[in-house]
Design a protein around this ligand. Structure first.
Ligand code: KPL
Length: 295
């Protein structure tokens, strides 16, 4: 996702610097492949430990896995006050709470995308389809940031990027979709499209009903009604995809389960809401992960 955003901004003439974990060359090239065509974008890079304070109008876009985000931000904690906007783009929920706890008062924004892109190499991505992206500020934020602070990001095209004043609802719907699709594809070891088969319908209904009950404690009920419909729509729209959780597991990487199914079960627990179907799925995912890791 970092490469995708970087390439879009560079195309529009913005300056982009990639902060990278491993020692990069000073200048590098992002390659974006689409319909068997490659676009190349030169950009500045720096190793994250050597990063220096940015210019005053620079936004920080954090496109890392949920479980790597807090550590990455902490490693540049001296620089964080220099960024007028810090945009977080992770699957799942719980990262904002962790960051708030460790680094209070940062100007955080949330980005949610269904833009399909996968990595074939460092700085080399394949853009799979044209998705949508929403940006917004959580209602709990002390400092409310508005769309003008991210005008350049909102105006990026192609691929619509919109400001959403109800980003929390969208975050919960995305959490629900990822809990169900990523979780079930992980235990069934299948592509997303398989979940549209009637055999999975009852299980999906039960999972969604439980998630709706938890979710309705955080967002208005009109946002919760469409969950099952949304799960099936996304599974069909991404039918050829292997979910990110399954891909992570297949490649021996840490999955985001704790920020998806784990987060959901923990919220349910703190509200004293029974979610047996989701608890069962969460346990199955952990068993499958342990079995695959042990192989
Ligand atoms: O977000 C996804 C993921 O895999 O993490 C979906 C939308 C389920 C696409 O695979």
């Amino acid at each position: 996702m970092g490469c995708w955003w970087g390439s879009r901004l560079l195309k529009q003439g913005h300056r982009v610097k990639l902060l990278m974990r491993n020692r990069p060359p000073d200048r590098a090239r992002i390659i974006v492949e689409h319909n068997n065509h490659q676009d190349h974008f030169n950009c500045d890079t720096t190793q994250i430990e050597s990063a220096v304070p940015p210019e005053s109008t620079t936004s920080l876009l954090v496109a890392l896995k949920a479980h790597n985000t807090l550590d990455a931000l902490t490693s540049i904690s001296d620089l964080l006050p220099y960024y007028p906007v810090i945009l977080l783009m992770q699957n799942g929920m719980g990262v904002v709470e962790q960051i708030r706890h460790a680094h209070p008062d940062l100007p955080l924004l949330i980005g949610i995308t269904n833009q399909g892109a996968y990595r074939v190499d460092t700085l080399h991505i394949v853009q799979a389809g044209q998705g949508e992206t929403w940006l917004g500020c959580l209602p709990s934020e002390a400092v409310q940031t508005g769309p003008d602070a991210v005008e350049d990001l909102v105006n990026i095209s192609p691929g619509p990027v919109r400001w959403d004043p109800r980003i929390l609802s969208r975050q919960w719907i995305k959490l629900a979709v990822n809990c169900v699709i990523n979780g079930l594809t992980m235990v069934e070891n299948c592509r997303n499209g398989q979940l549209t088969l009637p055999t999975y319908r009852e299980r999906i209904t039960n999972l969604c009903e439980e998630i709706e009950t938890v979710m309705s404690n955080y967002v208005s009920s009109d946002a919760t009604l469409i969950l099952q419909q949304e799960v099936l729509r996304v599974a069909a729209a991404t039918r050829e995809n292997y979910s990110s959780m399954l891909q992570d597991a297949q490649n021996g990487r840490t999955t985001e389960v704790e920020y998806l199914n784990g987060y959901l079960c923990q919220r349910a627990d703190s509200l004293n809401i029974a979610v047996p179907e989701n608890q069962k799925l969460y346990a199955e995912i952990r068993t499958v992960t342990a079995t695959r890791t042990a192989l």
